[in-house]
Ligand binder design. Structure first.
Ligand code: SF4
Length: 331
């Protein structure tokens, strides 16, 4: 099944982007199909730059044939003559041989970029990287579905999204998705589970119920939300990662986020470039003025040019709201 019939089937199944964006997949495919252009492209994005997530690696490593079939299906469906499969460097080094064999004779290019990582999770940055431009995001609109690679309509989907579309096309989709579980659990790893599962149920069915007081970062090790164990009945949304911590990990986490955002900021806009550096300085010196930090993340959230600068707000805000930080913070 491909073409409009497949788009309708994807719509019926309610598939949304599995990069954490949760954008309606059928709408995106339809937009590229409807867009006017002499040439169109499909890009499967395996950047997976978010710390503590490895479900895209799992999909690319264990379901390579299905993923390639999914890229071809997407190309046929939207009318694209050429496709790309992007992997971050570490993944590329491990899987280059396997994919070069699979892609032989197909109009699909496997590529990586050094450094790429988190930034290439942002779709317009990935376009710039393929075009050999600086790894920074573009103004939107126009969106890639209208003007993407070299100005042509381009479908960019996370690799798990494309793999899932392929499963839908052959009637094998069971409303499941891959979850990464890590941190202080017995069995860290990637697990297939019902897509609308709670943190608590996921930990139970994977034999990962933590002992004692814990909290979780849900949705990725950098941009994920902090929730305390009383709230583990909440459903997992966005990027499907759950990492379990104990209360004495709070300082480590604060520093980890700060270091990550400082390294990943592309430097293109002032709020993210300066804000991420200022937070890094504070956490490094162990002298955190939480009121100042809160002000910085407010500015970054409201004025950063792309999602990376805005993503810093959720982990710090949810940590402050969790009660795990005992200091008084102005509201
Ligand atoms: S928010 Fe950060 S990553 Fe995004 S454009 Fe600005 S500096 Fe670059």
């Amino acid at each position: 099944m491909f073409g409009e019939q497949l788009i309708e089937e994807i719509r019926k199944k309610g598939l949304v982007g599995r990069s954490g964006s949760c954008f309606n997949t059928a709408d995106k495919w339809q937009a590229v199909l409807d867009a006017k252009g002499d040439k169109k492209y499909v890009i499967a994005n395996g950047a997976e730059g978010e710390p503590d997530t490895s479900k895209d690696f799992y999909v690319m490593y264990n379901h390579a044939e299905d993923l390639v079939r999914g890229i071809i299906l997407a190309m046929h469906t939207v009318g694209a003559a050429e496709g790309f499969l992007y992997m971050r460097e570490a993944y590329h080094d491990l899987m280059e041989k396997k994919y070069n064999n699979l892609l032989k004779g197909l109009p699909i290019t496997l590529f990586t970029e050094r450094p790429g990582g988190y930034r290439c999770g942002e779709e317009s940055t990935l376009l710039n990287v393929i075009e050999r431009k600086r790894a920074q995001p573009r103004n939107k609109p126009p969106f890639p579905t209208q003007k993407g690679l070299w100005g042509c309509p381009t479908l960019i989907n996370n690799v798990e999204t494309i793999y899932t579309a392929e499963q839908i096309s052959k009637g094998a989709y069971q409303h499941t998705r891959y979850f990464t579980i890590g941190g202080k659990v017995k069995h860290p790893g990637v697990f297939l589970a019902p897509e609308k599962i709670s943190v608590k149920d996921l930990l139970i069915i994977t034999d990962n119920e933590p002992r004692g007081k814990t909290f979780a970062q849900v949705g990725g090790g950098a941009s994920g939300e902090i929730i305390i164990d009383d709230d583990y009945s909440r459903k997992i949304t966005g990027l499907s990662a759950v990492t379990i911590y104990s209360e004495d990990d709070v300082n480590y986490l604060i520093k980890k986020w700060a270091d990550f955002y400082r390294r990943e900021s592309c430097g293109h806009c002032v709020p993210c470039r300066e804000g991420s550096y200022r937070i890094y300085e504070m956490t490094k010196s162990n002298q955190i003025d939480w009121n100042e930090l809160k002000d910085i993340i407010e500015v970054m959230d409201k004025t950063s040019f792309c999602a990376l600068g805005r993503a810093i707000a959720l982990p710090y805000r949810s940590l402050l709201a969790s009660g795990l930080i005992k200091q008084k913070v102005k509201v």
